[in-house]
Design a protein around this ligand. Structure first.
Ligand SMILES: Nc1nc2c(ncn2[C@@H]2O[C@H](COP(=O)(O)OP(=O)(O)OP(=O)(O)O)[C@@H](O)[C@H]2O)c(=O)[nH]1
Ligand SMILES: [Mg+2]
Length: 216
């Protein structure tokens, strides 16, 4: 069962004081503005307009909560690092992110979206630093991997894996593309594991040979 399918919008909030009561395990999606976070959520949810996708960076300015069929919650955090946002607003968003990542008791894991062409920016490292002390896992999606050659993608994956190994013990990394739907099963398996859902119900992760045969 693809766990993100049928995600239903529940609520949006703009201030940490207004967080909804913690009901069900939360899986947060975070990423630099324009990294492809909304596209990844829409692709995983199999819903073209669940999360807003735009060509103008910095559009997701709220924390959006989506309920999954299994009862868990997908949390879409505001994109960070967009240069044209005024400093005071940027500080306010970062405060909201820090509060949520450090303090949210039912937050069990973080999916961190990075553009595979610009991984591990200083703010990505900041998110990792805020989250790692809680001991909960982080799964990095190196998205837009359709824009890299096969060799570039493999080299990026290896170097990001090497770098995050030094930042915390619970950080995993994979390639992803919303455009080509690459890497969906891998992230579904990972998050199902966090939620303690049986991964027998999930489709098997295709082997590299199967992916090549499918032209991906
Ligand atoms: N080629 C390619 N383009 C992508 C992919 N994912 C997203 N994009 C493009 O990248 C741009 C930003 O995508 P969004 O999903 O809106 O990014 P976001 O991280 O949600 O951005 P903000 O909400 O603005 O912070 C859009 O033009 C998308 O079409 C992908 O896997 N491959
Ligand atoms: Mg977005």
């Amino acid at each position: 069962m693809p766990i993100f399918r049928n995600a239903r919008f529940e609520v949006s909030i703009a201030k940490s004081g207004a967080l909804p009561p913690p009901e069900g395990a939360e899986i947060a999606f975070a990423g630099r503005s324009n990294a492809g976070k909304s596209s990844a959520i829409n692709t995983l949810a199999d819903h073209t307009r669940l999360a807003f996708v735009s060509k103008t960076p910095g559009r997701t300015q709220l924390i959006n909560f989506f309920r999954l069929d299994c009862g868990a919650v997908l949390v879409d955090l505001p994109g960070y690092g967009y240069a044209k946002v005024p400093e005071n607003i940027r500080r306010q968003w970062q405060g909201l992110l820090e509060h949520y990542l450090r303090k949210r008791e039912n937050l069990i894991g973080l999916v961190l979206i990075m553009d595979s062409r610009h991984p591990l920016t200083p703010l990505d490292r900041q998110m990792i630093d805020w989250f790692v002390p809680g001991g909960r896992p982080i799964h990095v999606l190196l998205t837009k991997c359709d824009k890299l050659s096969r060799n570039e993608a493999a080299a990026t994956l290896a170097s990001v894996r090497r770098e995050v190994a030094a930042l915390g013990p619970q950080i995993s990394v994979q390639l992803f593309s919303s455009l080509k739907k690459i890497g969906m099963e891998e992230v579904e398996h990972k998050v199902a594991g966090w939620l303690g859902l049986p991964s027998d119900d999930l489709p098997a992760i295709p082997t590299p040979a199967q992916l090549r045969a499918a032209g991906k």
